[in-house]
Design a protein around this ligand. Structure first.
Ligand code: 0O2
Length: 230
């Protein structure tokens, strides 16, 4: 039995582990603590990025009398999804392997008003001297075959704990409200258990993404015209 099986069994049937005696109880407490510490590290990394984004947003407002950020959402990948993803990648399941191999345990989604805001936010995040960009994907300039558009950054973020400074990766998805509208509906349609996405429906969804993208560009143009930014 691996540590992870032991952990899952402990979570599901704690009394059975307790009955097995001191050694089993101690081992479970140790593995449980490892998970709690990992979760705390990623939650803290999300807080570091979230705080910085809020500071950028309010500073932009002071300078330009408007906020570039419409909304910030965050999530921690559930332990079920972490286990499923490690299994899919054929990586032995352990907190250590999750930390080393999965870069999307901590996720932040930033929705912006205009396409230009996305690049301002991405640039600010990338330039911070204590943030290290691990991966960067511009699915706005090169949309995914599905039609998905968004700017993805994975950043290694410093977290100052009581006894040490450590780092955790955070996946940041930055997109406009319009891109987010498409991605949310498309995700919901695709992952519905009963959903049967035929090639025709995929093509229709892609066309919707393209129309939305044209609207985003038009709104950006109007904003530039009104503000004499041509
Ligand atoms: P969730 O629940 O949103 O986190 P990876 O598989 O993550 O190791 P990959 O494939 O290079 O590496 O990652 P990618 O494609 O840069 O980013 C993955 C995330 O982008 C997905 O996370 C989605 O959130 C989003 N995404 C990518 N393609 C699409 C798409 O076609 N439609 C929608 N709606 N979202 C997309 P997860 O892990 O799938 O899920």
């Amino acid at each position: 039995m691996t540590d992870i099986d032991f952990y899952i069994e402990g979570i599901q049937q704690l009394p059975a582990i307790i009955e097995r005696g001191d050694e089993a109880r101690e081992k479970f407490a140790e593995i449980f603590m490892e998970f709690v510490q990992l979760q705390h590290l990623y939650e803290s990394a999300i807080e570091v990025v979230r705080t910085y984004l809020n500071i950028l947003d309010s500073e932009f407002n002071i300078k330009f009398q408007r906020n570039p950020i419409h909304n910030i959402e965050s999530r921690l990948k559930s332990s079920d999804s972490i286990i499923e993803k490690l299994r899919r990648k054929n990586i032995p399941i352990s907190p250590e392997n999750a930390r080393k191999n999965l870069l999307d345990i901590a996720g932040i989604r930033v929705t912006c008003y205009y396409i230009s805001d996305i690049y301002v936010i991405a640039e600010m995040l990338s330039q911070r001297d204590d943030f290290t960009v691990i991966k960067q994907k511009d699915y706005i300039k090169s949309p995914k075959p599905s039609g998905y558009r968004s700017y993805h950054l994975i950043i290694n973020v410093p977290v100052y704990l009581a006894a040490k400074k450590t780092f955790a990766p955070v996946e940041i998805q930055i997109r406009t409200i319009a891109m987010d509208f498409w991605a949310s509906l498309e995700h919901q349609l695709k992952y519905k258990p009963s959903s049967a996405i035929t090639p025709e429906i995929s093509e229709e969804l892609k066309q919707c993404a393209e129309r939305i993208s044209e609207t985003d560009l038009q709104m950006q143009k109007i904003y530039m015209q009104i503000n004499d930014l041509d």
